[in-house]
Design a protein around this ligand. Structure first.
Ligand code: NAD
Ligand code: ZN
Length: 285
């Protein structure tokens, strides 16, 4: 499984459900609550769209990073010193956005959902750590693309924190090196063209196979292999719900599509669901 910039699914336009930023689409909300009330084993699958309200731009939305910047490939990072220099220079300027970001109402709603025993796992494409900051159990968060808050040495495997490297970048010019062996450092994230970690991918598949509702939030669903998880959920008989501002290529496959802002949508969903049905501690088991 390699992380690819484009997926092999052909786009299908779903009818727009008519909601706009901040306004909750009531029919979709009712349908989603109904779906969830019958399915105790919810697994969330989140993308960059859940974090835009925390000030972290997505990649492919209207203001996405890719409008300004090409993706960082593993080949360029490994082979081209200029690419590595560029990466560390951008990180010096940009890391504080990630480090200082605080969870928004969407992250908090998922933490609440876990707290009342209705959310088993979060599979996330995000590298920002905001689910853990919101209070979700780190043991229940599967970071498909790794984390930007950890830096790893490609030569000896030593790890250091994003904060420590940031202090170095702010005090020095150039490229940081491993404090243990002097080797090459890289972020603990999956770069484009690079395979996902097999155990992490296996954990994501196991989580989806154990779900009876896959709740997808804020993903354009065009990055493989992550875009294949909703298909797997359907094959295994689970329901699929999508909350996203824009249509996705997988809207047609979903049982409920909610076009709107993730924060208000998730907040309304979790509030309504928890008011409707009692805590189900065993559901998170
Ligand atoms: P994407 O950028 O491809 O798509 C994000 C989707 O979310 C878009 O369809 C957009 O319309 C929608 N969206 C944006 N803001 C929203 C909001 N407030 N409410 C609802 N929908 C909203 O994101 P992706 O599918 O996750 O793929 C991007 C990849 O880039 C990820 O795999 C991740 O590794 C990386 N990335 C991570 C972060 C992060 O950690 N926060 C940010 C940018 C990119
Ligand atoms: Zn090292």
């Amino acid at each position: 499984m390699t992380r690819e910039p484009t997926a092999g699914v052909s786009p299908v336009r779903a009818p727009d459900s008519g909601s706009s930023a901040g306004i909750v689409d009531q029919p979709a909300l009712t349908a989603l609550v109904h779906l969830a009330s019958e399915r105790p084993r919810i697994v969330a699958f989140t993308g960059a769209g859940i974090s835009t309200d925390s000030g972290i731009p997505d990649y492919r939305g209207p203001n996405g990073v890719w409008k300004r910047q090409t993706p960082l490939t593993v080949q360029a990072f490994a082979n081209d010193p200029a690419t590595r220099r560029g990466y560390w220079a951008r990180r010096r300027l940009g890391y504080s956005v990630m480090a200082d970001a605080v969870p928004n109402s969407g992250h908090r709603a998922l933490a609440t959902l876990e707290g009342v025993g209705r959310l088993r796992t979060i599979i996330t494409q995000n590298i920002d750590g905001l689910h853990q900051k919101a209070g979700n159990d780190p043991g229940r968060v599967i970071e498909l693309h790794g984390t930007t808050h950890s830096i790893v040495c490609v030569d000896c495997g030593a790890r250091t924190t994003g904060a420590e490297i940031q202090r170095w970048l702010e005090a020095n010019d150039g490229i940081p090196a491993c404090a243990v062996c002097g080797g090459t450092l890289r972020p603990a994230t999956i770069l484009f063209g690079e395979p996902l970690s097999p155990p992490v991918w296996a954990a994501a598949i196991a989580a989806v196979e154990a779900a009876d509702l896959l709740l997808i939030v804020g993903s354009s669903l065009v990055v493989n292999p992550a875009a294949s998880l909703p298909l797997l959920a359907k094959q295994r008989g689970a329901a699929v719900a999508i909350i996203n501002r824009e249509s996705t290529p997988l809207d047609e496959l979903a049982d409920v599509v909610f076009h709107g802002n993730a924060g208000p949508a998730l907040g309304a969903f979790v509030t309504t669901l928890t008011e409707t049905i009692p805590d189900q501690e065993s559901g998170a088991g």
